[in-house]
Design a protein around this ligand. Structure first.
Ligand code: DQA
Length: 158
């Protein structure tokens, strides 16, 4: 079974009770289910993880990436400053999609910058739960294209 890693950073465990105007009304479990169902339709399994701690996220990525084929990550506020988490993503050599529920380009100036963008195939922002559906479809399309070209690993620097 091909495995997609679905990763959530700080405070995203509180989805459902956070600012619904920005983040929508779904809980983290709801979002995970949404992605799981779409992935299963195309033969992928999803391994999900959330942590409020940068180091825990990095440890989990290092442990879980070797047998995975791609990553969807909402790094939360870590998107704006965590070079360590950025490096952990790059080191997996897996294709990664960055998702934000809110539109990070239409809020405070400090949110508009993501240090993850260079490590990701694309960034989806401001589409609430629809962004997750778009992300999983885009990742599976990308992986399908890689399979067809018989490439095992994606190198963002190539
Ligand atoms: C977020 C946007 C971040 O700026 C914020 O810190 C979050 C959630 C989003 O999904 O819109 O916690 O990543």
């Amino acid at each position: 079974m091909k495995t997609i890693l679905l990763i959530h950073g700080p405070n995203l465990n509180l989805l459902g009770s956070r600012d619904q105007e920005q983040y929508g009304s779904l809980t983290l479990a709801d979002l995970e289910k949404l992605v799981e169902v779409r992935a299963a339709m195309r033969g992928y399994t999803v391994r999900a993880f959330q942590s409020n701690h940068e180091g825990e996220l990095i440890d989990w990525i290092q442990k879980n990436s070797p047998d995975a084929c791609g990553i969807i990550i909402n790094p939360g506020a870590l998107a704006h400053y965590s070079y360590a988490l950025h490096d952990a993503i790059v080191d997996t050599r897996l294709p990664c999609i960055e998702v934000h529920l809110s539109d990070i380009h239409a809020r405070e100036a400090w949110r508009a910058q993501s240090v993850f963008a260079p490590a990701c195939i694309t960034q989806i922002s401001g589409k609430k739960e629809k962004g997750y559906e778009e992300a999983v479809e885009a990742l599976m399309n990308f992986l399908h294209h890689l399979d067809r070209n018989d490439t095992k690993r994606y190198d963002p620097n190539e």
